[in-house]
Structure formats: C-alpha cells, structure tokens
Design a binder for this molecule. Structure first.
Ligand code: HAS
Ligand code: CU
Length: 596
C-alpha cells in the first residue's frame, strides 16, 4: 500500500514547471488578499466608528484598494493558477509552451502593479495621481490614466492565458481525436469563452472612452454608456469568480467527501447555461438608472431569473455527490449521513461552509434581482452584505479551503497545521455570518453603502431587527474576525512553505457516477454555445445601447462625433481606401466572371 502511494506522482513531480507557475499565481493572489484584508479592516472599523486611523477624505482610496485587490487581483490570480492546474491535470499533458505561460503571468502582474500604484498614490497628495473610482470605475468618477492602462494590460494578460489553455487543449485534441473533453478542461474553456465575451465590453469602454478621457484627448463621455458597458461586463465577472469555485465543488469536493461527482453531464449543462445567460442580464444593476427604458430592465430581470437555474442545479448536484460520499462511508438516515463527513478536514469544512453561505447569498441575490424590491435595497449596505456572502465567502472561502488540498500537490509540502486551517475556515464563517447579516439588516433600514460616515448627523434610523449601533458592533466584530482569519490563513501557508519536501502527497480524482458518455456530444460543441451566447447578447443589448447613444450621444450630449482628431484621420484613411476598394471590386467581379 505505502509502496503504491510512493509510486504515485504528485502534480509537481509530473509537471514541475507548471506547478511553479501555479504557485506563483496563487501567491500573487494571496498577496492581494493580504493587502485587501488590511484595507478591509481599516474601513470596517472606520465606517462603524470603532477606530478611525484615516481621515474620512481617504475613505474612497481605501475602499477602491479593498475592492480592486479583493475582487480583481485576489480572485483572478487564483483563477489563472487553478485553471492552469485543472487543464494540465485533466488533460494529463504539459502546456504547449511555458514561455508563453510565464509571459501572460508577467503581463498580468505588470498590469495589476500599474493599477495598484495608481490607487495607492491617492494616499500621497504630493504625487498628483489618484484612482478613487471604486472597483466599478465607470464615469463620472475619473482615475489617473495609469489605472485604466494597468487594467487593460491585466485583461490582455488574462486573454492570452485563455489562449494558452485553448492551445494546450487543441494539442491534446489532436492526440485524442475521439475522446470527450475532460470535465475540468471543459469548465475552463467554457468559463474563458464567457470571459472573452464579457470583457470585450469593458475593454471597449476603457479604450474608447475612459482612457482617452482621462488622458485629456476627449472632454467628456456619456456616463450612462460607460455604466452600461461596465455592467455588461460587471455581472458576468461575478461568475468569472464563481465558476472556479464551482469547478472545485464539482470535481474536488466530492472526492474529499469520500464520494464521486453525481453527474458529469449535469455539470456540463450548468457551465453552458452560465455561458449563455451570464451576459444578457447586466442591466439588473441599473434598475434605478435613468435613461434606460423600463422594458429593457424587465427583460434583464426575466433573464436573471433564468440564471438562477444553474446555481439551483449546482445545489442539487453538489449536495447529492457529498451525500453519496457520506453513504459510502457508512452514513445512514435522512440527515444522519451528515455526521459521516470529514468535518475535521479544513478543505472539506471550508467548502461546505462556503456552499451554505452561498445559499443565503443566492437568496439575497434573488431579492436584488426583483425589479420592485430592488428599489428598497439598491445603494444600501444590503448590497455589500450580498456580495460578501457570494464573492466574499462562496468564492473566497472555497479558494482558501481548496488551497489546503491543492498546495501540497503543487509543492510536495504538507500543510503546516491542519488544525489551524480548520479553525481559520470556521472563524471566516462566523465573522461573515455576523458581518453580512448585520449589513443586510442595516440595508433594510436604509443605511447607505459606499460612505465613510453612514450615521448622517441627527438622522435616526428606524428600528427594525436591531438598532443601528448594535448592528455596527456586529459588523465591526465580524470584520475583525475576517481579518484574523486571513492572517491565520497566510501564516499557515508561509509556515507550510518552510516545511521540507516529502513524497506521497499525490491525490487523484475519481470519475463521476454518471460519466461524460451519458452526455450528448452536442454539449461539447463550444462553437455552437458561443454562437447562441452572442445572439442572446445582441438581443439583450443592441436596442438599449442604441437608445442610450441616440439619447445621450457617444460622448455625452452636445458632442456629435467621436474625438475631433479622429475625424480627419478617418477621412484620410477613407480617401486612401477608395481606390483600393474599387480595385478589389473590379478584381472580385473578374473572379466571379471566371468562376461562373
Ligand atoms: Fe449578485 C449585486 C443578483 C450571484 C456578486 N452581486 C452584486 C454585487 C456583487 C455581486 C459584487 O439583480 C455588487 C456590485 C456593485 O458593486 O454594485 N447575484 C444576483 C443573482 C445571483 C447573484 C440573481 N452576485 C452573485 C455571485 C456573485 C455576486 C455569485 C459573486 C461571486 N447581484 C444581483 C443583483 C445585484 C447584485 C440584482 C444588484 C444589486 C443592486 O441594486 O445594486 C444568482 O446567481 C444567485 C444564485 C444562487 C443561488 C444559490 C444556490 C445555492 C447553492 C448552495 C450549494 C450548497 C453547498 C453546500 C455546496 C440560487 C449553489 C451545502 C451544504 C449543506 C450542509 C447543505
Ligand atoms: Cu449582477
């Protein structure tokens, strides 16, 4: 037995170069997590008036840093590490060319450093640079050009990463022409297809409007347009964070529970549904925006309700797989099997608590999505309550929990202390339960989000579920616990890195109970799904965008054309093209004549 274990190679034994890249990506992600956590504790204690170490005028710098480092750097760096691991592991072949892999990693790191510098410079008035635009960065807030340039570089890096995985997949496909796409690779490719569609809008917004505006090349922009382009990207980006967590819930969690995935085909359906439905719903962030007709908002709401389906399917499949694991371990009874699960493993308990929290976060998402109830909670602290359950727990806690399982395989080093790990995930859960619940409750009282001073002198919030002050205490305690949990996580990881290398840490993933052969082949037809996704995007966005531009101009009211300097350039180009077009026309006519 022990010989068999020794013979099994871990990921790092088989793919040392890829493992190095995965470690680098995860460490970048955790570096951002620590920075984000520091800004998080500062702002939670500031907002609740427990301890104020910054002037309120710096609040937006802190909030932007917290938001960007958490939801852009922490999440996406983890994603690229995890996806590299998943592709290489599930295809069981190295990447085509790791030079390219290191290149996209360097591009992403450079981009994020540029953006980070632009944000942090806001703390130093002498530097004449700031980017206090929050993680949603649409107009009319304006950042230093370095902020937008950095984001562009970062996103381009992520596009190359996707191309790298697609390329590796195609190389595998040539070697295995008749095989089904392995599930983890399928999940990666579908997620990236969604990412290309979604991020195109924010790239357009940054390159055509925000960056030229911040460079002073154009005087104004149409704020509704930049907001709409942001939310075109801003909703699917939440699934860009969630889908790596789903990848872990579907493919790793059942194994840790001692079982197997219940249904591979259902997992594929879920990912395809995300590809199709993630984008045509972004207007649900704009129910209260003027300048967008109610009808478009209604369509977005309807699409959002369909988008609940993949998550509800996930709740079913993941719980069924875990239950199967428990029953394999001897669990019985209607709920008695719950006691037969490996609750002492931080990777298991962390992911389960993340899932449990996501059930609550999903329900608050349903409230957000209802057009009429949204009016009650929009722009209140209810919304941060919602997304600290979703991205802040379903995603973040899953990533941390998964690290306890993946890190040993990509480094051959056992986790320093699994007990601290278990304690850490539970502290996160308790901290978030306190903080998020109180945020939701305060939101119902009308307490605004995104402000350093929510207490507005002299205004009494009506009492509902507990006083404003009492809820503030819960938020402060919760936020502090989250900070403590992050520090525990990082310390444990740093100590792990100091551990000596050992062998025998390899883990394999068992096949699903209902495997890929039970899924119709059409599910693997990425071209088809991307095509349908694009059609849905056009149906959902063509008319609203046309109406916004028609009403407010491409660059805001009163400015008819795109930048004055562009027009002569375009005219000159058109002039140069005319003879070329006529020559091409004649040549085509000639060719048609010959062929016919
Ligand atoms: Fe959201 C605002 C609607 C999901 C993130 N959302 C936000 C913002 C963020 C965010 C960051 O319609 C704020 C943006 C800003 O700054 O303004 N959201 C939804 C809906 C869903 C949803 C319908 N959101 C997410 C996810 C996020 C995220 C996922 C990040 C990862 N959200 C909204 C709306 C707004 C919004 C409006 C705008 C609000 C406003 O007015 O500003 C759905 O996808 C949710 C579906 C989920 C479920 C739950 C299924 C349960 C599962 C649990 C499985 C259990 C397990 C373990 C594994 C239906 C899958 C169980 C264990 C046991 C022991 C039983
Ligand atoms: Cu959304």
């Amino acid at each position: 037995m022990s010989q068999a274990i020794e013979a099994e190679q871990s990921f790092v034994d088989k793919f040392p170069e890829e493992a190095r890249l995965v470690r680098a990506a995860l460490l970048s992600s955790f570096f951002a997590l620590v920075l984000g956590a520091i800004f998080g504790i500062v702002q939670t204690l500031h907002r609740t008036d427990v301890a104020r170490i910054i002037p309120s005028t710096d609040y937006y710098t802190v909030l932007t840093a917290h938001g960007v480092f958490m939801v852009i750097s922490f999440t996406i760096f983890f994603l690229v590490g995890l996806f590299t691991w998943a592709v290489v592991r599930s295809l069981d072949r190295p990447l085509v060319n790791t030079k390219i892999t290191w290149t996209w990693y360097a591009i992403m790191a450079t981009g994020m450093t540029m953006t980070g510098v632009a944000i942090l410079a806001g703390f130093f008035p002498a530097l004449d640079m700031s980017a206090d635009v929050l993680f949603t960065f649409y107009a009319p807030l304006q950042a230093h050009p370095l902020f937008y340039a950095g984001l562009t570089v970062f996103i381009v890096g992520s596009w190359i990463a996707g191309a790298d995985w697609f390329r590796t997949f195609l190389a595998w496909k040539r070697e295995h022409p008749d095989e089904r796409i392995p599930l983890q690779t399928f999940m990666v490719l579908v997620t990236m297809a969604m990412w290309y569609i979604a991020s195109s809008a924010v790239a357009a917004s940054v390159l055509l409007f925000l960056l030229p505006w911040s460079l002073g090349l154009i005087d104004q922009v149409n704020p509704t347009l930049t907001r709409t382009l942001f939310w075109f990207f801003g909703h699917p980006v939440v699934y860009f964070w969630l889908m790596p967590a789903y990848l872990l819930w579907y493919t790793v969690l059942p194994k840790i529970a001692g079982g197997r995935l219940f249904s591979d085909p259902l997992a594929r359906v879920v990912f395809v549904l995300f590809l199709l439905l993630s984008t045509p719903v972004g207007i649900h962030h704009q129910y209260l925006d003027p300048g967008i007709a109610e009808g478009f908002k209604f369509i977005s709401m309807t699409n959002t309700m369909f988008l609940l389906l993949p998550s509800l399917l996930t709740a079913f499949t993941v719980v069924a797989s875990v239950e199967y694991g428990a029953r394999q371990r001897g669990g019985t009874g209607l709920l008695g099997w719950l006691t037969d699960l490996p609750w002492r493993k931080p990777e298991f308990t962390g992911m389960m608590l993340a899932g449990l929290m996501f059930a609550a976060g999903g329900f608050s998402g349903m409230v957000n999505a209802g057009m009429n109830i949204n009016y009650m909670i929009h722009n209140t602290i209810w919304v941060p309550g919602h997304f600290h359950l979703t991205v802040g727990t379903a995603v973040a806690l899953t990533f941390m929990a998964a690290t306890y399982w993946i890190w040993p395989q990509i480094s051959n080093k056992p986790i320093y202390s699994r007990t601290i790990g278990l304690f850490q995930v539970v502290v996160w859960f308790v901290g978030m339960a306190l903080m998020s619940n109180a945020m939701h409750a305060q939101g119902m009282m009308g307490v605004p989000r995104r402000t350093a001073e929510p207490e507005y002198a002299g205004f009494d919030y009506p009492l509902m579920f507990g006083g404003f002050e009492e809820l503030n205490v819960q938020i402060a305690i919760g936020g502090t616990l989250l900070f403590v949990s992050t520090i525990l996580f990082i310390s444990n990881l740093v100590l792990t890195m100091g551990n000596p290398r050992v062998s025998g840490l390899a883990e394999s993933l068992p096949p699903a109970i209902s495997g890929p052969d039970d899924a119709p082949r059409v599910l693997d037809s990425l071209r088809l799904w991307v095509g349908i996704a694009l059609v849905l995007v056009v149906l959902a966005y063509a008319l609203p965008l046309a109406a916004i531009i028609n009403r407010g101009g491409l660059l805001g009211p009163g400015v008819g054309t795109y930048p004055a300097w562009v027009t002569p350039v375009l005219d000159a180009l058109a002039g140069a093209m005319t003879p070329l077009v006529s020559v091409l026309g004649k040549a085509t006519a000639l060719l048609v004549g010959v062929v016919a």
